[in-house]
Design a protein around this ligand. Structure first.
Ligand SMILES: [Zn+2]
Length: 63
């Protein structure tokens, strides 16, 4: 499996977004994703635990 689904809470509108993480990009990733609800950009710090198939996403508002 190369993609895992994860959710993050938008830093602007506090709604939950679902995203797919490409785990082949590494266990620590930084992505910028637009919220699907308010369209504001969020900077996502992603930590992948491949053994557990677990993804942790920390979202911050982009300045
Ligand atoms: Zn939002």
């Amino acid at each position: 499996m190369t993609e895992l689904s994860a959710t993050f809470v938008c830093a602007h509108c506090l709604q939950e977004n679902e995203i797919l993480i490409d785990v082949t990009e590494g266990s620590k990733q930084t992505l910028t994703e637009d919220c699907t609800i308010c369209c504001c950009p969020n900077v996502l710090h992603i930590f992948v635990d491949e053994e557990r198939g677990d993804v942790n996403v920390d979202a911050q508002a982009e300045e």
